[in-house]
Write a new protein. Structure first.
Length: 92
């Protein structure tokens, strides 16, 4: 078994709300593959509150080392996938 990770890695993506099945409102999605957890929010504040709740719920009453190979109370690293703004710059 490898050393338990001290870091949870979370990917945040922005969605403009215009894809099939969306309701027309932009939103953010956060996913943590290590926990198999996904949550969303219409604002970053809402997203981060939901993310905190999802992580806390996933780790609550768990032997995190056995279940996820993660130390108790890990640090969280958030990577935000930004939109491709190249097409906007080309129009300027």
């Amino acid at each position: 078994m490898t050393q338990p990770s001290e870091l949870l890695q979370v990917l945040v993506e922005y969605h403009n709300g215009q894809a099939d099945g969306d309701d027309g409102y932009p939103y953010y999605v956060a996913s943590c593959a290590q926990l198999g957890a996904v949550t969303d929010g219409f604002t970053l504040d809402e997203l981060f509150k939901n993310l905190h709740d999802v992580i806390a719920l996933a780790l609550e009453d768990e032997d995190t080392v056995t279940t996820y190979n993660i130390v108790p109370n890990p640090r969280v690293s958030i990577t935000m996938k930004l939109l491709d703004y190249a097409h906007i710059i080309q129009r300027l």
